[in-house]
Unconditional design. Structure first.
Lengths: 233, 303
C-alpha cells in the first residue's frame, strides 16, 4: 500500500521548499520560549505555555504546514497529474503522503512539546502531554491532508478549523470538546497524568481520533481517484 | 497497437458546454488535434487521459473506460500542458521517479535510455528549475515515454518552444508514430499540425468540425468563400470584369474599396493580375479581410 517513490517525492517537496524553514522555526521558538520562561519566572508559568500555546496552536499549525506541503501545491497547480498518470493506487498515494506529513508533525510538533515539557520538570506530565500531542497530531495530519485534497484554500480552511472552531468556539462552548481533535488528545493524555483535563469520554476520544484519521486518509485517496484537470480558471 | 475512442462524449461545466457530442477514433500514427484557443482541446485531452469524467457519452481505450481506471496508465503516456512544479528535482531524478512509479524492472536503465532518446543526457544532472522551456518539454516527454507506452497524449507540446527544439520534438514524435504508437497532440497552429500529423481532427467551440488527412483539411480551409478588399485605379470597371468570373460570388462598392467575395480562391488568385492588365486597371491594394484562423474555423463549423 505504501509507495516509497511517492513518499520520497513528498519528503523532497517538504524539505525542498522555503516553507521548511517555517516548519523548523515553530519548534525552535517553542522550546526557546519555554526555556526562557523557566529561567526567568518562578512557579509553573513555563509549563502553562504548553497547554496554552504549544499544544493548541503550534501543533496544529505544524500539522497544517506539513499536510499542505506534501499535497497542497501539487493539487493547486495541477502538477499532481504527473504522479496520477501512473498505475499507482490512489489510496497508496494518500497514505504515503500522509505518513510523511505525520512524521513531520510528530518531529516538528509533538517532539518539541515533549522536550519543552521536560524542561519544566515533572516527566509524567510531560509524557501525558506528549501522548496527547501524538494522538492529536495523527488525526490533524489526516484531516488537513483530506482538506488539501479538496480545496485550493486548504490552508485557510484548516486555519479556520483550528483558530475559530477549536480555539475560539472551543473556549466558549464546552460541548465542542466532542468535535475537537485537540480535546480528544488531551483526554487520552489524561490517562497518563491527571494534570491534563478530562473533557470527554475516553472511549469516544479514542474512536473519534481513529475515525478522523482513517476517514481523512481514505477520503484524500478517493478525491485523488476522481482528480479532474480543468482548463486554466 | 491501441485505439482511443470517444463515443458521443460531452462535457459541461455548470451551464457552459466545453465539449459537445464528439465522436472520434484515434488509431496508431500521429494525429493532430487542431482548434483555436478555448475550443475544448484541453477538456478533450483531459477526458482522453482519464482526468475528467465525460458528462455524457464514453471515452475508452481498447474498449475499457479511462475514467477512474488507474490501470490504463500502463498504456498511456501523458504530457500535460501544466508546468513541472518539481523544480527541486534534477531532470534525471524526475524521470527516474516516473520509472519507479511504473515499477519498471530496470528503472535506472530505462531512465538513461529515454534521456538519450530525447537528447537530454548531458543536462539531466541539473535541477528542473534551471531548464529552458524546450528542455522542460523534452523532460516531460521523457517522463511520459519511460514506460514505453502504446499511446502518447501531448497537450500543446510546442507552446513556447524555440524553432530548433521544435524541429527536434517533431522528429521525435514522427519516429514514435512510425513505430506504430498512437500519438495525439493538440495545437492551435495549422502549419504545426500540418507538418507533423498524417491525420487531423479539428474541433471548434467544443464541436468536432472536420476530420481527415492534412491535404483534405488544407483544401477545406483554402477552398472556402473568402472576402477581399481591393483598391484600384478604376473600381467600377474592375467590378464588372470580376463579376463575369465564375470564381467570384459577389462584388460591392464600399467607399474607396471594392469588396469581393470569392468562391474559389485558387483560380481567383491566378486570374486577377491578368484581368486587371487586360482592362487597364492598376491594382493598389488587395487584402483578405477575414483571413484569421477564427474565421477559417467558423466556416468549418457553419459548413
Amino acid at each position: 500500500m505504501i509507495n516509497t517513490t511517492i513518499a520520497k517525492l513528498a519528503l523532497q517537496a517538504l524539505l525542498g521548499r522555503r516553507r521548511f524553514f517555517l516548519l523548523l522555526a515553530f519548534p525552535v521558538l517553542l522550546i526557546g520560549l519555554v526555556a526562557l520562561v523557566t529561567a526567568l519566572v518562578d512557579g509553573d508559568a513555563a509549563y502553562e505555555v504548553l497547554p496554552g500555546l504549544g499544544y493548541p496552536l503550534v501543533l496544529p499549525l505544524v500539522a497544517i504546514l506539513a499536510a499542505s506541503s506534501v499535497l497542497g501545491p501539487e493539487v493547486d497547480d495541477g502538477s499532481i497529474v504527473y504522479l496520477l498518470s501512473k498505475p499507482v493506487n490512489r489510496y497508496g498515494i494518500a497514505i504515503s503522503k500522509w505518513l510523511v506529513a505525520l512524521g513531520a508533525t510528530l518531529v516538528a510538533g509533538a517532539l518539541p512539546i515533549l522536550v519543552a515539557a521536560l524542561i519544566t520538570g515533572d516527566s509524567t506530565r510531560a509524557t501525558a502531554l506528549f501522548v496527547g500531542a501524538v494522538v492529536a497530531g495523527t488525526a490533524y495530519s489526516a484531516l488537513f491532508l483530506a482538506i488539501s485534497a479538496v480545496t485550493r484554500h486548504a490552508v485557510i480552511a484548516s486555519l479556520m478549523f483550528v483558530l475559530v472552531w477549536e480555539s475560539l468556539l472551543g473556549n466558549l462552548f464546552t460541548g465542542i470538546a466532542w468535535l475537537s481533535i485537540s480535546q480528544w488528545g488531551l483526554r487520552i493524555g489524561h490517562e497518563v497524568s491527571s494534570a491534563l483535563p478530562d473533557p470527554a469520554n475516553l472511549g469516544y476520544a479514542i474512536v473519534a481520533s481513529l475515525v478522523v484519521t482513517v476517514v481523512g486518509a481514505w477520503f484524500a485517496g478517493d478525491r485523488l481517484r476522481s482528480f479532474s484537470l480543468t482548463g486554466d480558471e | 497497437m491501441s485505439t482511443l475512442v470517444l463515443d458521443s462524449a460531452s462535457r459541461w461545466f455548470g451551464n457552459v458546454v466545453a465539449v459537445n457530442d464528439v465522436s472520434l477514433t484515434i488509431g496508431p500514427g500521429v494525429t493532430g488535434l487542431l482548434g483555436p484557443n478555448g475550443a475544448g482541446k484541453t477538456t478533450l485531452m483531459a477526458m482522453m487521459s482519464g482526468f475528467l469524467a465525460p458528462s455524457a457519452g464514453h471515452v475508452t481505450l481498447d474498449g475499457r473506460p479511462v475514467w477512474r481506471n488507474t490501470e490504463t496508465y500502463r498504456q498511456i503516456g501523458l504530457v500535460p500542458e501544466r508546468e513541472l512544479s518539481f523544480g527541486y528535482l534534477t531532470g534525471r531524478q524526475f524521470v527516474r521517479a516516473n520509472a519507479d512509479l511504473h515499477r519498471l524492472p530496470d528503472a535506472a536503465a530505462a531512465t538513461e535510455r529515454i534521456l538519450g532518446v530525447v537528447d537530454m543526457v548531458e543536462p539531466a544532472g541539473r535541477r528542473l528549475d534551471t531548464y529552458s522551456k524546450g528542455m522542460r518539454q523534452r523532460i516531460k516527454i521523457a517522463a511520459a515515454l519511460v514506460h514505453d507506452p502504446a499511446v502518447l497524449l501531448l497537450d500543446e507540446p510546442f507552446n513556447g518552444v524555440d524553432p530548433r527544439q521544435r524541429m527536434h520534438l517533431m522528429d521525435l514524435l514522427h519516429r514514435l508514430g512510425d513505430e506504430g504508437r498512437t500519438v495525439l497532440f493538440s495545437s492551435h497552429i495549422l502549419e504545426e499540425v500540418e507538418r507533423l500529423a498524417r491525420h487531423i481532427e479539428v474541433v471548434v467551440s467544443g464541436r468536432h468540425a472536420a476530420s481527415g488527412d492534412f491535404g483534405a483539411i488544407r483544401r477545406l480551409m483554402t477552398d472556402r468563400p473568402v472576402q477581399y478588399a481591393v483598391q484600384s485605379s478604376d473600381n467600377r470597371t474592375l467590378a464588372s470584369v470580376l463579376m463575369a468570373q465564375e470564381s467570384v460570388r459577389a462584388v460591392s462598392l464600399r467607399g474607396e474599396h471594392l469588396d469581393v467575395q470569392v468562391g474559389d480562391l485558387g483560380s481567383f488568385a491566378v486570374d486577377l493580375p491578368g484581368l486587371a492588365r487586360q482592362h487597364d486597371v492598376t491594382l493598389f491594394e488587395l487584402s483578405p479581410s477575414d483571413e484569421s484562423l477564427e474565421s477559417v474555423f467558423a466556416y468549418l463549423v457553419a459548413r
